[in-house]
Design a protein around this ligand. Structure first.
Ligand code: ADP
Ligand code: MG
Length: 323
């Protein structure tokens, strides 16, 4: 790299950022954090790779944003408050324009959530970005995938499927219409549902974020909770922009199997639904889309009849890659 490893760190990543719980940040052999006894530490890590999680022509700003957004989404699903991140960067070369854009996108989101970069690693290699985030929850108030019970109502935040629709439009090179701009933005800049996750801590029985598609991820939640689910397809939140650009059947496929939405999927006991409604999550809609069942498996219903979708979701090692 023309710009050395240490120049890259000093110029783009060692920013002056303040958090009172960061005792020692970038520059030493490791970071030192102050962790309070009345809280649980929550950690998550996600890697994004060129050609898999972002397109080869992706803007560096969007890559930096995404690398943190997908991690914040994992913390949101746990009901945690994000605080710190570390960054492992593998770069084919030290392109300063790229680094500048990447850092811009990353820190724009980090600052919005008061997340401080405390360390990382920088190496030469294929373009891959790994971020680890740390956060906390009060006492034992974290959410898991395994707490759902038969009879619980199933909810989704936001509008599932829009990100997948945006990705399809990007690939097709169609981005003129306002509707297309909205959908593409939903793919490029997913909003981690941190506030929703925080608000769910005391009302949800289980939660997870949707990264591989609603059906696939609901299947994981069911398995972890030892139950099944009945999904009412008529209840899925409608996306007017998606409706104007895709056929009904395609909209349904995007909503059920599209990845990259980073919405929260969660369950609430019927006795707690009123408490959920009392929380102010506006303007993010929370929609009831079905209920948990004691019989295993995810079953979809449309017009009172069972509906079997063509595809179920994304698996990195499956033959039917749709990305
Ligand atoms: P070591 O050789 O001890 O692993 P490094 O030379 O890799 O240390 O890194 C020096 C310092 O810079 C460390 O504090 C490390 O955490 C930090 N660092 C390295 N790469 C990054 C990065 N991409 N972002 C933030 N901090 C980084
Ligand atoms: Mg190192």
């Amino acid at each position: 790299m023309s710009l050395g490893e240490f120049d890259i760190i000093a110029k783009y990543f060692a920013r002056r950022q303040a958090r009172s719980d960061v005792v020692l940040g970038i520059g030493d052999d490791a970071a030192v954090l102050n962790v309070r006894a009345d809280r649980k530490l929550v950690l998550a890590m996600d890697t994004i790779a060129e050609g898999v999680h972002f397109l080869e022509q992706a803007a560096p700003e969007d890559i930096g944003y995404r690398a943190l957004a997908v991690n914040l989404s994992d913390l949101a699903a746990m009901g945690a408050e994000p605080s710190w991140m570390s960054l492992s960067l593998s770069l084919p070369h030290a392109d300063e324009r790229w680094l500048d854009g990447f850092a811009k996108g990353l820190f724009e989101l980090a600052e919005a959530y008061d997340v401080v970069l405390i360390g990382g690693d920088t190496v030469r290699g294929p373009l891959t970005v790994t971020v680890q985030v740390g956060g906390w929850v009060e006492h034992d108030r974290y959410l898991t995938r395994s707490g759902a019970r038969a009879g619980d109502d199933i909810f989704i935040s936001g509008v599932p499927g829009e990100a997948a629709a945006g990705l399809a439009l990007l690939r097709a090179g169609a981005k003129q219409a306002d509707a297309a701009v909205h959908l593409i933005q939903r793919f490029l800049r997913p909003t981690p549902r941190v506030q929703v996750g925080r608000g769910l801590r005391t009302v949800a029985t289980a939660a997870m974020d949707v990264s591989d598609g609603l059906l696939a991820d609901l299947g994981k939640l069911c398995e972890a909770s030892g139950c099944g689910a009945r999904l009412e397809l008529e209840a899925l939140p409608a996306s007017p922009p998606m409706r104007t650009l895709f056929r009904g059947e395609e909209c349904l496929q995007h909503a059920l199997t599209g990845g990259d939405d980073y919405e929260l999927l969660f369950t609430v006991a019927p006795t707690n639904v009123a408490a959920l409604r009392d929380r102010a999550f506006a303007p993010i809609p929370l929609t009831r889309i079905g209920s948990m069942t004691s019989e295993p498996g995810v079953h979809c219903f449309l017009g009172g009849k069972e509906y079997v979708p063509a595809r179920t979701g994304y698996d990195h090692f499956a033959q039917t890659d749709h990305r």
